[in-house]
Design a protein around this ligand. Structure first.
Ligand code: RRO
Length: 306
């Protein structure tokens, strides 16, 4: 069994421990990279990076249930786009490397060509791994939701094929939505056949959840549909990880994500077959000290069970 505080290898890349941040609202800038580089996390992840600059969706973007049963978000992928990252990504990578941590870039596209542009773009700027965001639920255009790639095996296949033509030299992880079993099987078959997929990150948030009473800061946002994350996502996401471990060959590693707040949560994901994990809601709720807290809990637990 793998220890939480020991180095791990994902897709051939060595992480100082199994913890890292997920792509979320505080993982977009040079300042954010500095925070994660200096944190207790084993890797630094920045994203999602899109081709063009994107402004946040209107409204507050984040809602936390008052008893923290779940969080909801609809950030809408705000980020500086290629102009910002052309300028700052090399410095972000250096911040991570100076602390002995690998740097992962999460990229998101709205058409195949975007991924074909973005993967070589971040690769040339020195990143150690690329995570493809195939699960963002919060992009709407004139009342129409953009299709979420990971729910369509044929879209996953076409997009991976197009990216493969760029002959990526860094390992690729695919971040998927919490998929129901039949789609998960179809998508897993596509991921298994792709020559470029070295890891899968499971899961992104559950799409199109409604903002409810009992959610802090409900304000004027009753109409919003948002991605569900936090504690309510954990059993769903953990089930996806367990199924993936059965569906995928061992050469494809799994990064778990969804509702991780404690060392026990991390251990659940490692037991289900993940080699590393990502945190987002806990970082939004408790800040970056959550990494230290989890590592401290893990050390204490291994001491008491020794
Ligand atoms: O920015 C967002 O609203 C967002 C993204 Br890109 C994502 O991948 N997952 C999510 O829950 N929110």
């Amino acid at each position: 069994m793998h220890s939480i505080d020991k180095p791990t290898t994902v897709a051939g890349v060595r992480l100082g421990n199994v913890l890292m941040n997920a792509s979320y609202v505080h993982s977009k800038t040079l300042e954010h990279a500095k925070v994660f580089a200096n944190s207790a996390a084993g890797a630094v992840l920045i994203g999602s990076i899109s081709v063009k600059l994107r402004r946040p969706n209107p409204g507050q973007g984040y809602w936390l249930h008052k008893e923290r049963f779940f969080s909801l978000n609809s950030f809408g992928l705000p980020n500086g786009g290629m102009p910002y990252f052309a300028k700052h990504l090399p410095a972000m990578v250096k911040l991570a490397h100076d602390q002995g941590k690998p740097f992962i870039a999460n990229v998101v596209g709205f058409r195949q060509e975007d991924y074909v542009t973005l993967v070589p773009f971040v690769e040339k700027l020195g990143v150690d791994m690329v995570e493809l965001n195939f699960g963002c639920p919060n992009v709407w255009d004139g009342g129409q939701q953009k299709r979420i790639i990971s729910y369509h095996a044929e879209l996953v296949q076409e997009t991976l094929q197009a990216i493969a033509q760029t002959k990526p030299t860094v390992p690729i992880s695919v971040k998927i939505s919490p998929l129901p079993p039949d789609i998960l099987q179809e998508v897993s078959a596509v991921l298994t056949k792709s020559p470029i997929v070295r890891a899968v990150t499971a899961c992104n948030s559950y799409p199109n959840a409604a903002v409810t009473y009992g959610t802090k800061g409900i304000g004027d946002d009753r109409e919003v549909l948002a991605g569900l994350a936090g504690r309510a996502l954990k059993p769903i996401s953990l089930g996806v990880v367990k199924q993936l471990r059965q569906l995928l060959p061992r050469r494809i590693d799994i990064i778990g994500c969804g509702g991780i707040y404690s060392a026990n949560d991390v251990q659940d994901y490692l037991d289900a077959g993940a080699k590393a994990v990502q945190l987002a809601s806990a970082l939004a709720d408790d800040g970056v000290s959550i990494f230290e807290k989890i590592l401290f809990q893990a050390k204490k637990d291994s001491f008491t069970s020794a």
